[in-house]
Design a protein around this ligand. Structure first.
Ligand SMILES: Nc1ncnc2c1ncn2[C@@H]1O[C@H](COP(=O)(O)OP(=O)(O)OP(=O)(O)O)[C@@H](O)[C@H]1O
Ligand SMILES: [Mg+2]
Length: 252
């Protein structure tokens, strides 16, 4: 090989190495950037969910602790009014009835915002209360089974409860199902939530892409927040089967 040829090959080799180096460097930077963006996005979602739940709890407590006693006080005072005429007595009875309904609604809304039973007694009694509330609605039977779960961190309890709420709401709203099964179990490492319905099923990608809906995104975001995984099997006409696996020890 001529000296000239050799230096040409060498130059070519150096150029190839430099180009390769650039490609590797660019790829690593891109991957790092993507990871960073993903981490920032997850942190943003986590902060949003955290703020949302804190605000829900504050509203629930204000309603229960401040508005509730005021309305109950008015109701009691109404009891002590002596109505002079039959018309006044009728009106008084109606107002008392309305006050009772208002008190009931306040408790209901406060409970929807943040169920006291979830914070005081835990996930299983709270989901059981949710199931009891919606049992038979839209002609759908709900079958709930729960194993004994370990003491879960507050955020995990709230996230899993919100997931159950969304699954139940979606099945009631969209599935036209007659049966809905919900199971909560755990082993040493994982909490498992299984949900299935015998309804009309749906196109998963189209459902996630729906710009006007939050439910499916919420399921995914809350699962990721707990370091877990969500598996969904569904297609039109074949119902929907969800499986959530949430690690008990999540380093993040
Ligand atoms: N169990 C189900 N059976 C049939 N279709 C479903 C089921 N769950 C979800 N879907 C479909 O997926 C779509 C997206 O669900 P998603 O929960 O994101 O939105 P949504 O319930 O319509 O609104 P949002 O949850 O924001 O109140 C629904 O509009 C519905 O078409
Ligand atoms: Mg929904």
């Amino acid at each position: 090989m001529h000296a000239q040829e050799r230096s040409l090959y060498l130059a070519l080799l150096v150029t190839v190495f430099v180009l390769l180096g650039l490609v590797v460097f660019y790829t690593i930077t891109l991957i790092r950037q993507q990871r960073r963006n993903r981490r920032l996005f997850q942190e943003k979602v986590a902060a949003e969910i955290h703020t949302l739940e804190k605000e829900r709890q504050r509203l629930a407590e204000d309603m229960h602790d401040e508005l509730g006693p005021v309305v109950a006080g008015i109701k009691l005072k109404l009891n002590s009014i002596d109505a002079l005429s039959d018309i006044d007595r009728d009106t008084l009875e109606k107002v008392q009835e309305n006050m009772g309904q208002l008190l009931g609604r306040l408790k209901g809304i406060s409970n929807n915002l943040m169920p006291a039973v979830l914070l005081k007694k835990g996930l299983v009694p709270a989901v059981q209360a949710l199931v009891d509330e919606f049992q038979g609605a839209n002609g759908m039977m709900i079958h709930f089974k729960a194993g004994s779960l370990p003491e879960l961190p507050r955020e995990t309890r709230v996230n899993l409860y919100r997931i159950c709420q969304e699954l139940l709401a979606n099945t009631l709203k969209h599935a036209e199902a007659t049966e809905f099964h919900l199971t909560l179990t755990s082993d040493d490492n994982l909490v498992k939530l299984l949900a299935s319905d015998n309804g009309k099923g749906f196109e998963q990608e189209a459902a996630v892409a729906k710009s006007t809906s939050y439910g499916m995104h919420n399921l995914l975001n809350r699962t990721e927040l707990m370091g877990g995984q969500m598996f969904l099997k569904t297609s039109p006409g074949r119902g929907a089967q969800y499986q959530f696996e949430i690690p008990l020890q999540f380093p993040g």
